[in-house]
Design a protein around this ligand. Structure first.
Ligand SMILES: [Zn+2]
Length: 294
């Protein structure tokens, strides 16, 4: 089954929820970036988180960028998603890896680091993008996303993210969920919700157990009546092209471009999201140079 996102609401409006399956997306990211098992998990969790956050986008051209900037060996993790669920991302050091932690799990916080920040940039087609930031509190990413919503938007949420990596480094399954309290929720509802979630298996265990996220939510939130509002396909999609690279070169400034033409005679540009390499020849660079002069 292809990757998808579903979102819904508790029937009495106590909380909303969203879930994503990102197995194909994370496999694609792994193939393109040749990530270690731990780096696949760190990048994969960030990809799932960004898809879950994309439910905030309203218009087709809106997009959201999620950046995880920890002090660990993974370096920067950056993911961009649009309203349609097209997603791309990279991890600065794809070979970052560590032995499994004391629980026998991939040590995601070990490579991400336990200090630093999480930043979201939401381009909603307005003059200025919306930028939100919060501190990294664990480096496991799920807790950090929950903390982001609490500290930047005062929303209480429960977030689960998981990536299960096979011994041949392929991705067995990847996904996540977010459950966010709505203003109508009272203390009793919150306790009931906690009781329902606590002790439930991890995301990847539930994905092994249940075919679909609708069933995962029925199990995870068994004490509540749920209504699914939307279900859509999502996919890896890097929209880079030679044309876009040329547009980018037209913005670096005339002097800089002249230096490249005179010294390098061509430009080699590698897309950091998909590793596609573009060569812009000297005559093409001269055309770009002339277009700026106009
Ligand atoms: Zn690309």
């Amino acid at each position: 089954m292809t990757d998808y996102l579903i979102r819904g609401i508790e029937k009495n409006g106590k909380f909303k929820f969203a879930g994503v399956k990102t197995t194909d997306i994370v496999n694609e990211a792994r193939n393109l970036h040749d990530t270690s098992a731990t780096a696949s998990a760190a990048l994969g969790r960030t990809l799932s988180a960004a898809e879950l956050m994309s439910t905030q986008l309203k218009n087709p051209t809106d997009k959201l960028t999620l950046q995880v900037m920890g002090n660990g060996p993974a370096g920067e993790i950056l993911v961009t998603v649009n309203k349609d669920g097209d997603i791309k991302g990279y991890i600065q050091n794809p070979s970052a890896d560590l032995p499994t932690n004391e629980k026998g799990k991939l040590d995601v916080s070990g490579i991400v680091g336990n200090t630093g920040y999480i930043q979201t940039i939401m381009d909603l087609g307005l003059k200025e993008p919306y930028i939100g930031q919060s501190e990294i509190i664990s480096g496991e990413i799920a807790e950090d996303i929950a903390n982001y919503y609490l500290s930047s938007e005062q929303v209480n949420s429960a977030v689960g993210l998981g990536v299960l990596v096979d011994t041949d480094l392929s991705i067995i399954n990847s996904g996540g969920y977010i459950i966010s309290l709505l203003p109508d929720a009272n203390n009793e509802d919150i306790l009931k919700l906690e009781k329902s979630i606590v002790g439930k298996p991890s995301v990847t265990e539930m994905m092994n157990q249940y075919e679909d996220f609708e069933d995962i939510f029925k199990f995870l939130l068994e004490d509540f009546e749920l209504e699914i509002l939307e279900r859509k396909e999502i996919r890896w999609n890097c929209n880079c092209s030679k044309e876009r690279i040329e547009e980018m070169l037209a913005t670096i400034g005339k002097e800089e471009l002249r230096t490249i033409i005179d010294e390098d005679e061509k430009a080699e540009v590698v897309c950091q999201f998909c590793n596609t390499s573009y060569t812009i020849e000297k005559n093409e660079l001269e055309d770009i140079y002339k277009s700026i002069e106009k």
